[in-house]
Design a protein around this ligand. Sequence first.
Ligand SMILES: NC(=O)c1ccc[n+]([C@@H]2O[C@H](COP(=O)([O-])OP(=O)(O)OC[C@H]3O[C@@H](n4cnc5c(N)ncnc54)[C@H](OP(=O)(O)O)[C@@H]3O)[C@@H](O)[C@H]2O)c1
Length: 226
Amino acid sequence: MNFGILGTGVVGRTLAAKLIELDHSVVLGTRDPAKTILKSELDGMGNPPIRVWLEKNSKAKLGSFTEAAVHGEIIINATNGVGSLNALQIAGEMNLNNKILMDISNPLDLTNGMPPSLFISNTDSLGEQIQRAFPNVLVVKTLNTMNAYLMVNPRLLANGDHSVFVSGNDTAAKAAVSKLLQSFGWEDIIDLGDITTARGPEMYLPLWLRTWGVLQIPMFQIKVVR
Ligand SMILES: NC(=O)c1ccc[n+]([C@@H]2O[C@H](COP(=O)([O-])OP(=O)(O)OC[C@H]3O[C@@H](n4cnc5c(N)ncnc54)[C@H](OP(=O)(O)O)[C@@H]3O)[C@@H](O)[C@H]2O)c1
């Protein structure tokens, strides 16, 4: 299947590598491909520039947000939450309509430093804002509650015995996303309900960030015990 991933950070790269391993075709989207490919510095988390990553992952293609959206039968939003609506607007509504959009973004506000606060919460979520802005896109919020490496390899922790959430208005879209998550190794997939339920996973981020601060490692996860 063809995937368009909006975002060239660690989430976009990690999802792209896994999808290619599973024989899918991936275009990673960025605002300005010519500028992005010339970057030579490490990012804020110490990740190498995308050029280095592309040399090691030669089946992945870099393109504009629009090219990624045109390529994708399923689109993944792996952009910074502050820029997600802008990225999707650049990608183009007509290139997104009637497609599944897996939304992994978080509404983190870093203007006052660490730990960030949320710029949307309580009565709204970024997932809902995206769904309202693109009413004909099948938005499914998922995977935003964990470190990127766990997203595609839940067995890195507790033999995979932990939980991932999906939120969205379209039952078939959530089923398709759940099937994809199963192909990554996920077993405990909890359907929270419509897109308004994205508020919960997004509002978990303040707890995730403080747990990270205490543990000093990002490899931990939610397990819903019943
Ligand atoms: N890092 C994790 O482990 C993790 C875990 C869970 C959820 N998340 C969420 O996943 C998303 C991606 O995280 P990340 O760490 O991979 O990368 P990131 O640094 O948060 O985002 C990188 C991408 O955001 C795009 N972007 C930034 N500002 C933009 C703007 N104003 N307009 C359009 N695009 C913009 C960049 O585009 P250019 O390529 O053009 O610069 C880049 O491709 C975030 O929302 C994050 O909160 C991350």
